[in-house]
Write a protein that binds this ligand. Structure first.
Ligand code: 6OG
Length: 187
């Protein structure tokens, strides 16, 4: 499958631990100075799931298997821009981890399908600094891309697994977003 030249593909991973969410403050690149979930551009020919595993590890130190990431796919977000002809296609994942610091817990939980993370091993990189937001109501939506207020809140409020297909058009300057279309369902 060959992507059109005017479309760029990305992966984005929403990472939660029960009612907490890990988000990152971007130090450079697109969205600099704002918080976002973790992710980035697909490398040439790279599978979106593999890119999600790679980016999550690069930006947080958290390792998720390809199998688990495959099961964590929740949809696609499309972004178009008034002042840029390039369309962004973002493959979206939601990963819920369990936190522990004990090797024995790790052994116990290996059998279940949980992703166990030692919080002390979470680290950022030069591009992004991760930060736990202790409650979904405290997410700094005012300092995130405007589309997050629409889809992220829906994802976090859903008790069941969700499927998203979102299309957002940003006006010049990037602050204002028009929802062209979205189709979000609990399944
Ligand atoms: P790098 O440029 O760091 O990847 N991304 C967006 N995420 C949200 N929530 N809203 C947007 O609105 C976005 N545009 C891009 C895709 C940037 C990361 O940010 C995501 C990538 O995961 C316009 O390589």
């Amino acid at each position: 499958k060959i992507a059109p030249r005017n479309r760029k593909e990305f992966s984005l991973i929403v990472l939660t631990n029960e009612n907490r969410i890990l988000i990152g403050l971007k130090h450079r690149g697109f969205g600099k100075g704002m918080f976002n979930s973790f992710g980035g551009k697909l490398e040439k020919g790279e599978d979106p799931v593999v890119a999600a595993c790679r980016e999550l590890h690069e930006e947080t130190g958290i390792s998720v298997t390809v199998k688990h990431m495959t099961e964590s796919k929740i949809g696609i977000l499309h972004f178009t821009f008034e002042d840029d002809p390039v369309e962004m296609c973002v493959h979206l994942f939601r990963v819920n981890v369990s936190c522990c610091g004990h090797a024995t817990d790790k052994a116990d939980n290996a059998a279940s399908e949980q992703i166990l993370v030692d919080p002390l091993t979470i680290r950022g990189c030069d591009e992004i600094t991760p930060e736990w937001i202790e409650n979904f109501y405290h997410i700094p939506l005012h300092n995130m891309f405007a589309d997050d207020s629409i889809w992220l809140t829906f994802v976090l409020a859903s008790k069941k697994k969700v499927v998203l297909d979102g299309w957002f058009h940003f006006l010049a300057g990037g602050q204002e977003v028009n929802t062209i279309h979205h189709h979000f369902v609990d399944i």
